[in-house]
Design a protein. Structure first.
Length: 227
């Protein structure tokens, strides 16, 4: 049995962006593979970038998020970050199913940060802008937990969640490489955009929503047309 169970993790009561109350251990992490980070919606620098980066990871994982992988972003500013504010924040980044934005009592959230190793004495001390930027990924069933950078290559983080933390469980049906579609390599411009810009900017129409869907920065295609 893993030592990282209900005896270690508090069963803190939290409220998600839809107003639903959940318990941290019983409802959110028990028997699950999870990624957990701490944010506040009024943050103007690291938190939006972190959320945009994790959205890339969510997109790479596809329908597995909400089925066998779960994302949780917990506010460290519960006075300002009401469920309504968190919902608007989630909508701004167009996050998909399986990603909860949560708020709770300040002392309870601080306890969670300490239990997860994401509170640094002498750095945090109530100053929200100085909070630990790391995130935690883990499998509660196996007791395997790891700190990670939110600015890690999204493919690597997605692989950790989909494979490493799943004990390298393979898909039930294996297909031949001969059946794989032909995929052309990206051009130098596409590679530059993917590695330097895609976390914060979208390019052109996205999922039928038209030009101008923004994560953080404007659509370069719109800027080109305007010029």
């Amino acid at each position: 049995a893993t030592p990282w169970g209900g005896d270690y993790f508090p069963n803190t009561l939290l409220t998600d962006q839809d107003g639903q109350q959940v318990h941290f251990f019983d409802d959110l992490i028990k028997d699950k593979v999870v990624v957990i980070n701490f944010i506040f919606t009024s943050c103007s620098d690291s938190c939006p970038l972190e959320t945009a980066r994790l959205r890339q990871v969510q997109q790479l994982l596809g329908e597995r998020v909400g089925q066998d992988i779960f994302f949780y972003s917990i506010s460290i500013d519960p006075l300002s970050d009401t469920p309504e504010v968190l919902k608007a924040y989630a909508q701004r980044f167009k996050v998909g199913p399986g990603w909860k934005f949560l708020t709770g009592e300040f002392t309870d959230v601080t306890q969670l940060r300490k239990k997860l190793g994401l509170f640094i004495d002498g750095v945090d001390n109530g100053r929200a802008k100085d909070h630990n930027l790391s995130l935690i990924v883990g499998n509660q069933t196996t007791g395997r937990w790891m700190k990670a950078s939110p600015f890690e290559n999204p493919w690597i983080l997605a692989d950790q969640l989909a494979n490493t933390l799943q004990n390298w469980k393979q898909a039930s049906v294996e297909q031949s490489y001969a059946d794989a579609p032909q995929i052309r390599p990206p051009s130098s411009g596409e590679e530059l955009f993917r590695t330097r810009c895609a976390s914060c900017h979208s390019l052109g129409p996205q999922d039928g929503e038209g030009i101008g869907m923004r994560n953080i920065g404007p659509d370069p295609l719109c800027a080109t047309h305007a010029a």
